[in-house]
Design a protein around this ligand. Structure first.
Ligand code: MYA
Ligand code: JJ1
Length: 388
C-alpha cells in the first residue's frame, strides 16, 4: 500500500503492539564515508537547486511556489499562505544548514517546481535528547503531482541530513502515513465570526442569528492579567528557564537553549508574538504565551482574499491560570485584527479549548518521527512539540 514508506526506517503499521521491539533508533548510523556523495537522480527534465533564503529573489520564488501549491483544506477552500518573513524565520534558526533548503527546477525554464526543507533541532523522547531534522514545506507543483517526485525529495533531504551526521527527523502531515506518534485535532476560536461565515470557514450554528453569533464571540477591549506584557530581549533567560522546566513534563518535546528561545520566541512582527506575565510585586516572570501568524488564501471568494489566522505556539502557566492567560492572548489577537485563533489539543490545551469557545475543526495533524521508534503511541497531551 505504501510502496515508498514501506522501505523507510519508520515504524510500520504491522509492528503496532509488538512490545519486543525496543524504543529508539530503528537503524544505526552509517560511517559518513558510506553516505551517498551525489544527489539522487531526478527525471531528466529537472535539476536540484539549493535555495538561498537570504536572497530576496529566491525567497520570492519559494513564497510563490508555496502560495500557489502548498497545503489546502479537504474542500480546497483555503490554502496556507506563509509570508516571506515567516519563511526566512522558519528556515534560519540557530545552526541551520543552507544545504537543507532544497528546490527542484525545470531545466528548460529554470522555474522552481518543488521544495522541501529541514532545520536542526534537539528533541527529547522520554529521557533521551536526540539531534533531529524538522522537515517541513514539502511541496510539488500541482502540475507535477503523482509522478513519485516526493519520495526522491524525501530521500535527498535524508541524504543531506545524514551528511551532517544527523540520523533522526520529526515532521507533521495532514495525511496518514506509517506511523503517527500521535494524532492531534485542530480547534478554532472565531474572532471575526461574520467574515468566517461569509467565506465559508465556519457556519451559523443551529438556532443562531448573525448578531447572536457576534455577541457570543465578543471579547473585552483589553487584557485583564496584571503584569501581562510583550516579551523583550532581556526576558530571554527567564523565558528559557520557564519553558525548559515546563516542557520537561512531556514525553516528546524540544530542548531549547537561550539562542533557540531568542530565535523562536522573541517577537518578530507579523511572524511570532509572545507575551508574559511579570509579577508586579517581585518582577518574577511566571507565565508565558505565544502564537505565530499564518494567513490562508481564500480560494474563489469575491470580497475576501485572505484569512488572518493566529496559531497557538508555546504556552506556560505557573501562576496565572492557563484559561485566563489564553483569554488574554485571544484579546490581543483580536486587537491585532486576526480573524481566527487556532490551536491543537497538544500539551495542556484541552483545559481551555471548550471554555474559551474554541470548536473542533475538520482537520487533523499527524506527528511522525523518522528512524526512531516510540514504544506506545502518545496522547496529544503528552506531546510538547509544535511545528510550523
Ligand atoms: S507536510 C506538507 C506536505 N505538503 C502538502 O501537502 C502540499 C500539497 N501537496 C503536495 O505538494 C504533494 O501532494 C506532496 C506529495 C509533495 C505532498 N509527507 O510524488 P508523489 C507520500 C510524506 O507521487 P505527490 C510536510 O511538509 C505518499 O504516501 N509523504 O505524490 C512534511 C506516497 O508514498 P507511498 C507523503 O502528491 C513532510 C508518495 O509520497 C506526503 O505528487 C515530511 C507519493 O509521491 C507527506 N505530506 O507529492 C516528509 N504526501 O507510496 C517526510 C504524500 O509510500 C520526511 N506522501 O504511500 C521524512 C524525514 C526525512 C529526513 C530524515 C533525516 C534523517
Ligand atoms: O482550517 C481547517 N478547517 C476549517 C475550515 C473548513 C473549511 C471546509 N473544509 C474548519 N472550520 C470550522 C471552524 C468552526 C469555528 C467555530 C467553532 C466550530 C469550528 O474546520 C482545517 C483544520 O481544522 N485545516 C486544514 O484542513 C488545513 C490542513 C491541515 C493539515 C496541515 C498539514 C500541515 C503540514 C505541516 O508541515
Amino acid at each position: 500500500k505504501h510502496k515508498f514508506w514501506e522501505t523507510q526506517p519508520v515504524r510500520q503499521f504491522k509492528d503496532i503492539g509488538d512490545t519486543s521491539i525496543p524504543e529508539g533508533p530503528i537503524e544505526p548510523p552509517t560511517p559518513l564515508s558510506e553516505v551517498k556523495q551525489e544527489p539522487y537522480n531526478l527525471p531528466s527534465a529537472y535539476e536540484w537547486t539549493t535555495c538561498d533564503m537570504d536572497s530576496e529573489e529566491i525567497c520570492n520564488e519559494v513564497y510563490a511556489l508555496l502560495k500557489n501549491n502548498y497545503v489546502e483544506d479537504d474542500e480546497n477552500m483555503f490554502r496556507f499562505n506563509y509570508s516571506k518573513e515567516f519563511l526566512r524565520w522558519a528556515l534560519r534558526p540557530p545552526g541551520y544548514y543552507r544545504s537543507w533548503h532544497i528546490g527542484v527546477r525545470a531545466k528548460a525554464s529554470k522555474k522552481l517546481v518543488a521544495f522541501i526543507t529541514g532545520v536542526p533541532a534537539r528533541i527529547r523522547v522520554h529521557d533521551k535528547v536526540v539531534k533531529m531534522a524538522e522537515i517541513n514545506f514539502l511541496c510539488v507543483h500541482k502540475k507535477l503531482r503523482s509522478k513519485r517526485l516526493a519520495p526522491v525529495m524525501i530521500k535527498e533531504v535524508t541524504r543531506r541530513v545524514h551528511l551532517e551526521n544527523i540520523w533522526q527527523a520529526a515532521y507533521t502531515a495532514g495525511v496518514v502515513l506509517p506511523t503517527p506518534v500521535t494524532t492531534c485535532q485542530y480547534w478554532h476560536r472565531s474572532l471575526n465570526p461574520k467574515k468566517l461565515i461569509d467565506v465559508g470557514f465556519s457556519r451559523l450554528g443551529a438556532r443562531m442569528t448573525m448578531s447572536r453569533t457576534i455577541k457570543l464571540y465578543r471579547l473585552p477591549d483589553s487584557t485583564v492579567t496584571p503584569g501581562f506584557r510583550t516579551m523583550e530581549l532581556r526576558d530571554v533567560p527567564a523565558v528559557t528557564r520557564l519553558l525548559r522546566n515546563y516542557l520537561s513534563q512531556f514525553v516528546v518535546a524540544p530542548v531549547f537553549d537561550e539562542d533557540d528561545v531568542e530565535h523562536w520566541l522573541l517577537p518578530t512582527e507579523n511572524v511570532v508574538d509572545s507575551y508574559l506575565v511579570e509579577s508586579p510585586e517581585n518582577h518574577e516572570i511566571t507565565d508565558f504565551c505565544s502564537f505565530y501568524t499564518l494567513p490562508s488564501s481564500i480560494l474563489g471568494n469575491q470580497t475576501h482574499s485572505t484569512l488572518k489566522a493566529a496559531y497557538s505556539y508555546y504556552n506556560v502557566s505557573t501562576k496565572t491560570p492557563l484559561l485566563q492567560l489564553m483569554n488574554d492572548v485571544l484579546i490581543v489577537a483580536k486587537q491585532k485584527d486576526f480573524d481566527v485563533f487556532n490551536a491543537l489539543d497538544v500539551m495542556q490545551n484541552e483545559s481551555f479549548l471548550k471554555e474559551l469557545k474554541f470548536g473542533p475543526g475538520d482537520g487533523q495533524l499527524h506527528y511522525y518521527l523518522y528512524n526512531y521508534r516510540v514504544r506506545n503511541a502518545l496522547k496529544p497531551l503528552e506531546l510538547g512539540l509544535v511545528l510550523l
